[in-house]
Design a protein around this ligand. Structure first.
Ligand code: ZN
Length: 236
């Protein structure tokens, strides 16, 4: 992440702000910046900070491919107009299709931009986190806490959504997260190898909600020429 020591203009890094109620009593509450700091800390703990540093818009090479240029433009535009759509019912981003096309890269670049704008993004590596979640199922509190983190995050980036074998338990977890976020207009950033048709046929309730949430920001990678890894050349 960004290593600059940033001074929060609101709380001057105290982490909380004071406010007065109508009776003149003073209270304190956590400053908005604490959620961003928490998101950054979680990223660092997850070992993804390095990935997040390297997968920026600048390092996303389009090599003149119009489809990749369009994908990059759409993703950048998504972050630039993010604030205008906060409470809209289509404030999410879907990156889907072909393996190696740069979906994780663009999803990560968007997350970095949003975190830099002071919007906390929680990263969920689908396969690992689903396994971890299911392992917690016997510990009601730990399970609920983790589910709430994903359900209530200001922005949730699910990377490699629906990767691997999908069980009934997976569908239930995915539905609970997606449905909660859909009902509360909470944005998702999703990268997945599934096509739009596959998303719908996996589970119509989940698929149709996702497509509605991502309206206007659905990036589909298809076609042989799009294999981003082939274009990377010297870029690590
Ligand atoms: Zn602050």
């Amino acid at each position: 992440m960004d290593e600059r020591k940033e001074m929060c203009p609101v709380c001057r890094n105290l982490g909380y702000v004071y406010f007065e109620d109508e009776n003149g009593r003073t209270y304190s509450k956590p400053c908005k910046c604490t959620a961003v700091k928490e998101a950054r800390k979680r990223l660092e703990r997850s070992g993804l900070a390095k990935l997040f540093k390297s997968k920026t818009f600048d390092s996303f090479m389009t090599c003149g491919n119009p489809l990749l240029e369009d994908a990059k433009r759409t993703a950048m535009q998504y972050t630039e107009s993010f604030a205008e759509r906060t409470d809209s019912d289509s404030n999410s981003l879907l990156l889907c299709g072909q393996v190696g096309a740069g979906k994780t890269h663009l999803g990560t670049a968007c997350s970095v931009r949003l975190i830099d704008q002071g919007i906390p993004v929680i990263y969920m590596g689908y396969r690992e986190e689903m396994t971890a979640l299911k392992a917690k199922v016997t510990d009601e509190k730990a399970y609920r806490d983790e589910m709430n983190r994903y359900k209530k995050a200001a922005v949730l980036f699910i990377d490699d959504f629906l990767k691997g074998k999908i069980t009934e338990a997976d569908i239930n977890i995915v539905y609970e997260i997606v449905n909660y976020r859909y009902n509360n207009h909470l944005p998702l950033i999703i990268s997945t190898e599934k096509t739009l048709d596959e998303l719908i046929s996996f589970d119509e309730a989940v698929g149709s909600r996702l497509i509605e949430m991502c309206r206007g920001h659905i990036i589909v990678f298809e076609g042989r020429k799009l294999n981003y890894r082939l274009y990377r050349g010297g870029v690590a």
